[in-house]
Design a protein around this ligand. Structure first.
Ligand code: CA
Length: 131
């Protein structure tokens, strides 16, 4: 019984660790999944696996570098090198969003996955993405 409780708490804390960052980026709970098949949203925008977890993607590395804070610089950066700034993709085109506010618009792209996902220009960037 005690072991089950410890395991349950461990799983719960891991889940919170992932979901905790979503509130620190605009539309963090509604980042579109650019994969051709699968669910509509990407679980953890900063990671390579669509279900959450895996290594950090390019946006995840930039987000970690800014101490997990949505800064003007992070907003203006095009982490995934697809020609669209992170703020543009996450619905904060003017880089004025802060936690707790409603973003200007819905997210239109994924800040850590070069899109269109199968475009030749994106192949080297998307090498470790797991749909
Ligand atoms: Ca981009």
């Amino acid at each position: 019984m005690m072991m089950r409780l410890v395991l349950f708490c461990a799983i719960l804390s891991v889940s919170f660790a992932y979901s905790g960052y979503k509130q620190y980026i605009p539309n963090g709970r509604n980042v579109p999944n650019p994969c051709p098949h699968g669910k509509a949203t990407w679980s953890a925008a900063g990671h390579t696996d669509s279900h959450g977890g895996g290594a950090r993607n390019l946006f995840g590395m930039d987000f970690a570098s800014s101490a997990h804070v949505w800064t003007h610089d992070l907003c203006m950066t095009d982490s995934d090198l697809d020609g669209k700034r992170n703020g543009e993709e996450l619905g904060d085109p003017h880089c004025k969003w802060s936690p707790g506010q409603t973003p200007d618009s819905a997210a239109t792209g994924h800040p850590g996955i070069c899109e269109p996902i199968n475009d030749p220009k994106c192949q080297s960037v998307n090498l470790h993405i797991v749909c």
